[in-house]
Design a binder for this molecule. Structure first.
Ligand SMILES: C[S@@+](CC[C@H](N)C(=O)[O-])C[C@H]1O[C@@H](n2cnc3c(N)ncnc32)[C@H](O)[C@@H]1O
Length: 206
């Protein structure tokens, strides 16, 4: 599987150290192992998990800035776990309301020796942290307006929201609540994934 991952990463223009690639493969093996018991993902084929979960999470790397991130509605740690594994010097909070998904993330961090992740079981509306975040990240979580309503208290003053979306979310962008602006929309390329992928980057209006 590591050879396949290396090919996909090269196709996406991403450079990830061999030690981190090994951890990412191990993550896929654990997703596969626990998927039936924990119902973690509808993707059943580990080879497809490499493109649709691992590389799909990592293609946002060139656009993230800052040191401290929160992945809201992370499910089994997507995109937060691949991002944390690829950037061991940055801090990640991975948050989901479902306990079994958070238990899975804690188990993965224990088995893989991932030290820069804190897994939190909470509804995001009920969660706060004294230390604010440089980036609030989500994939397949909520509409942009719901994400901003539920997470507006989490970023630092110059922090940003990074929402991973499918087709260009024109209607969601048009319905953005007041006080927020779209800084950029990046079209993403994920090798072996046909579906359109976009990253919407949002900040608070000055
Ligand atoms: C469709 S899944 C996406 C999971 C993951 N981000 C991915 O891309 O595979 C949405 C996740 O958001 C979580 N979720 C939904 N509403 C939430 C809320 N208000 N607070 C925290 N988590 C929430 C659900 O439990 C679920 O795991």
């Amino acid at each position: 599987m590591q050879k396949k991952l290396a090919e996909l990463l090269a196709g996406a223009g991403l450079e990830i150290a061999p030690a981190q690639q090994q951890q990412l493969v191990r993550l896929v093996e654990l997703l596969d192992k626990w998927n039936k018991a924990y119902n973690l993902t509808s993707v059943r084929d580990p080879q497809q998990m490499l493109s649709r979960h691992i590389v799909d999470s990592l293609v946002v790397l060139p656009y993230l800035s800052g040191q401290r991130f929160i992945d809201v509605g992370t499910g089994p740690g997507l995109p937060g776990l691949p991002l944390a594994i690829a950037q061991p010097d940055k801090e990640f909070v991975l948050l989901d309301s479902l306990g079994k998904r958070i238990r899975f993330i804690r188990q993965v961090c224990h088995e893989l020796g991932v030290k820069n992740v804190k897994a939190v079981q909470s509804r995001v509306e009920d969660y706060d942290d004294a230390a604010k975040f440089d980036g609030v990240i989500s994939r397949a979580f909520a509409s942009l307006s719901d994400m901003l309503e539920w997470c507006h208290h989490l970023p630092a003053a110059d922090g940003k929201f990074f929402a991973l979306k499918g087709v260009y979310p024109e209607a969601e962008i048009a319905a953005l609540p007041p006080g927020f602006q779209v800084d950029d929309v990046k079209k993403l390329h994920v090798p072996e994934v046909e579906a359109e992928r976009h990253l919407v980057i949002i900040s608070t209006r000055g």
